[in-house]
Design a protein around this ligand. Structure first.
Ligand SMILES: NC(=O)c1ccc[n+]([C@@H]2O[C@H](COP(=O)([O-])OP(=O)(O)OC[C@H]3O[C@@H](n4cnc5c(N)ncnc54)[C@H](O)[C@@H]3O)[C@@H](O)[C@H]2O)c1
Length: 360
């Protein structure tokens, strides 16, 4: 059994700090390497985080030659594929930031590398550690709703557009649909047991991002800031999925599950400029059903908790690495939502419905 878990970080931007801040709380973890393609950035990161035992690298492959147990991959979306495959093939366990990738082919390649190498690939969806997300899943899977035939999910920020690497096609690959859409999809699909998608018809736009009135990098804004999609699944289920980084509206509504015996409404937490998405908190929940012949709605109390979701995700990864446990949020599962995101981008581009072909 591993005593000290030796961790490397690939990509030393914003979210890498969040990873390292959590690793530092774990006494049996040592950060031994940081890699970033920008010359000097890894060294700067090491100094700012006072990581005395860490070596800086510009090429992640050099860092992967070290004796490492696991790596956190914190690069922009487009670089998730190469760095993850290299890390898995080098026999390292991987905690990969969301979204898993940009295309389905990339996700398939990663899962293949994980299978071939026997190294774990887990995707970092911290909202999964919110007990309310588990409650949503438990309600849906309890059978109380009967057969669920329609799910509507998504999230809407009124003015919550990121900049930098997030808006560049060559680095992010996709915009709001992948960046925050992946959280909505994970909540809905995880509750439904990750059903298999068949087709998707989508529309995307970027009226806000490309307008200098709303974005100070409008001339560099290359991805979608809004999108909507209808996804068909096996077993006669459809899902409507809508996302905005910016809009003239307070909310894009609740997540709803419609079943033959009941319905569940889940409200997002807050409607501020950067709120209204499923990236960490649930607002309220209501169950709709008939009782003694009467149409009834029952509030489901939101679970109060003091869990730090980001810490839980990092700790779960470390536990899995140390104890040889399965991936907490397996790449195989998230590949299914990546297939949907891939379908959304293809459909929006072609302006028609497209099929989703899953490899497994
Ligand atoms: N889970 C969350 O709450 C959360 C929050 C923010 C971002 N993210 C995700 O984290 C990822 C990174 O986001 P960020 O905000 O830190 O971006 P960022 O642009 O601040 O940092 C990315 C860093 O990766 C480096 N990089 C790029 N390609 C590389 C490569 N091949 N090898 C090594 N380094 C490389 C860049 O130089 C940069 O320093 C994104 O995929 C994003 O979706 C997750």
């Amino acid at each position: 059994m591993i005593k000290t878990v030796r961790i490397g970080i690939i990509g030393s931007g914003g979210i890498a700090h969040a990873h390292v801040n959590q690793y530092k709380k774990l006494p049996d973890v040592e950060i031994v390497g940081v890699a970033d393609v920008v010359p000097g950035k890894a060294k700067q990161f090491i100094e700012s985080q006072s990581l005395e035992n860490a070596q800086p690298f510009e090429d992640h492959r050099k860092m992967l030659e070290m004796d490492l147990d696991g790596v956190s991959i914190c690069t922009p979306n487009v670089s998730h594929h190469l760095t993850t495959v290299d890390a898995l093939r080098a026999g390292k366990q991987v905690l990969l930031e969301k979204p898993m990738s940009v295309t389905l082919d990339e996700a398939v390649d990663m899962v293949q590398a994980s299978r071939e190498s026997g190294s774990m690939l887990t995707i970092g969806f911290q909202p999964r550690y919110d007990p309310n997300m588990k409650l949503v899943q438990d309600i849906v899977q309890s059978g109380k709703l009967g057969k669920v035939y329609y799910v509507e999910t998504g999230g809407g920020r009124r003015r919550g557009m990121p900049g930098g690497t997030f808006i560049r096609k060559d680095l992010a690959g996709a915009g709001a649909m992948a960046d925050i859409g992946c959280y909505s999809l994970d909540m809905a699909l995880n509750a439904m047991g990750y059903p298999r998608p068949l087709t998707v018809s989508a529309y995307t736009s970027n009226h806000f991002g490309t307008n200098p009135l709303y974005h100070n990098e409008a001339d560099r804004f290359e991805v979608e800031d809004f999108g909507v999609a209808l996804v068909r699944f096996e077993n006669d289920l459809v899902l409507q999925f809508k996302i905005s980084w910016a809009m003239h509206m307070d909310s894009l509504g609740s997540t709803i599950f419609l079943g033959t015996d009941g319905g569940l409404k889940v409200e997002p937490h807050g409607t501020g400029n950067w709120s209204g998405v499923w990236d960490g908190k649930v607002g309220s929940m209501t169950l709709f059903h008939d009782f003694m012949g009467q149409q009834t709605s029952t509030p489901v109390p939101v679970i109060e908790h003091s869990k730090e979701l980001f810490f839980e995700k990092v700790r779960d990864f470390v536990d899995a690495v140390r104890d040889g446990l399965p991936a907490p949020i397996p790449g195989e599962q998230i590949l299914i939502q990546q297939a949907i995101i891939d379908g959304v981008l293809r459909s929006a581009d072609l302006k028609r419905e497209v099929s989703i072909e899953l490899p497994y």
